[in-house]
Design a protein around this ligand. Structure first.
Ligand code: PMP
Length: 421
């Protein structure tokens, strides 16, 4: 159990201005007033505490782990395993063995698709994904289905953009073998009812993978309460480093999963030539090669930082800022919000403009210091369904406040002047 996580006191109120001071990028920007970073769904900035944890891992605690017998190697091993336990408590998992460090959320999904589902999938089986998935939670399932002769089906959306569970009645039918869906959509900001869906899937014996890449930075994740079989996310979207992510898997599921990569550190007994080898226990079995120890230290520091801010305060801040952004955007007559103007959305607003192309809008905004995203957001099945080639997306985080929303609105009004008058 990580003492650091348990000693955290929930602060009484959330103060984005104070939080912003924890992030060196806002000090180092040449004109701090001009960095309105609203591309948090793509990646988040790093607080000093995370950068310090990575630096001190390299400068004070760096040695090969799990093998060295000298004190520095033992310290490095303890730091790595402590990071796993910190993340275990962060997501409410019952044991550290249920957590596998991966390179990213994308890698974690591929591991489950190829290592768990593929060996079990037969022609005629059905795998479900929602219509709003990121390509990372779509293509791995598309590939295993194609290779196995199984059918990949969409849980479609209502007109308001929510999962249409009524028209997906076959979701829990006998042929259904797996469900993969996001907790929060990276385009619509819709929060899916994952716990209810997991409960029903569980009753029918259908495993569920939840992609928490877009929720982990501002919604409390408790895998035990959620009841999912697998859950994935990346550190870089929750203030941690790039190049490291997490796969949570129920221990019985992981015990039945084939490792995607084989090599050093994941094997107990290596057979000669054609003989079989015997894999190490979980989770080492899934962490072949030398792991990213400083990355794990930074990942754990990000979880501690976030927990220290108080997750309920973070959730409320993001919800009210998203709501404020939606209200402000609605005052511009040519803007249409996706998916539905009245629907609350979680940290993300996507919109189209009657006469402005998303790329033009994002470029003018960029020149005004407002970092937003334009494009299909790696969600082509959703954009095709909506009949759109691209949207403009603003996504909010703990260091944003109303001034960032105001800068976004000003930038849109400027773009209208440049392109439409
Ligand atoms: N799922 C969702 C919902 C995402 O938004 C992203 C990243 N945009 C991913 C998965 C993939 O994350 P990564 O690129 O860190 O593997």
């Amino acid at each position: 159990m990580s003492p650091a996580v348990h000693s955290i006191r929930e602060p009484e109120s959330f103060d984005p201005e104070r939080v912003k001071r924890d992030f060196p990028i806002f000090e180092h920007a040449t004109d701090p007033q001009r960095l309105h970073y609203l591309d948090n769904a793509a990646t988040t900035h790093k607080p000093g505490a995370v950068v310090d944890a990575i630096t001190s891992s390299y400068t004070q605690c760096y040695a090969p782990i799990h093998r060295g017998l000298y004190p520095l190697a033992e310290q490095a091993t303890s730091q790595y395993e402590r990071a796993r336990r910190t993340l275990q408590h962060f997501i409410g998992a019952s044991s550290p063995e249920a957590l596998v460090f991966t390179a990213s959320a994308t890698e974690a999904i591929n591991m489950v698709a190829s290592g768990w589902l593929k060996p079990r999938l037969c022609s005629g089986d059905v795998v479900w994904v929602s219509r709003m998935e990121h390509h990372s939670n779509y293509l791995p399932w598309q590939r295993v289905c194609r290779e196995s002769g199984a059918e990949l089906r969409f849980i479609e959306l209502t007109r308001e953009g929510q999962l249409d569970l009524d028209s997906s009645r076959e979701l829990f039918a006998e042929r259904s073998k797996f469900i993969a869906l996001c907790h929060v959509s990276n385009v619509l900001g819709i929060e899916n009812p994952v716990a209810a869906l997991c409960a029903e899937a569980n009753e029918h014996g259908i495993p569920v993978l939840v992609d928490a890449a877009q929720s982990v930075s501002h919604l409390e994740i408790d895998v035990s309460a959620m009841g999912c079989d697998f859950l994935v996310f990346s550190a870089h979207k929750m203030f941690g480093p790039t190049g490291i992510g997490l796969l949570y898997g129920r221990e019985d599921r992981l015990a039945d999963m084939e490792p995607l990569q084989v090599g050093g550190g994941m094997v107990d007994i290596v057979g000669d030539a054609t003989r079989e080898s015997c894999w190490a226990e979980i989770p080492a079995r899934f962490e072949a090669g030398s792991p990213d120890m400083p990355g794990a230290a930074g990942f754990a520091a990000a979880a501690e930082y976030l927990a220290g801010l108080g997750r309920e305060g973070v959730r409320r801040h993001i919800a009210s800022l998203t709501q404020f952004a939606a209200e402000q955007l609605r005052t511009i007559p040519d803007i249409s919000l996706l998916p539905h103007p009245e629907l609350p959305s979680s940290g993300i607003v996507s919109f189209t403009h009657r006469s402005l192309h998303p790329h033009d809008l994002a470029q003018v905004a960029g020149e005004a210091g407002v970092a937003i995203r334009a494009g299909h957001h790696c969600a082509q099945p959703l954009l095709n369904h909506l009949g759109l080639a691209a949207t403009t997306r603003a996504s909010f985080s703990i260091y944003n406040d109303a001034s960032d929303v105001e800068a976004l609105i000003d930038a849109i009004l400027t773009a209208q002047k440049v392109f439409c008058e």
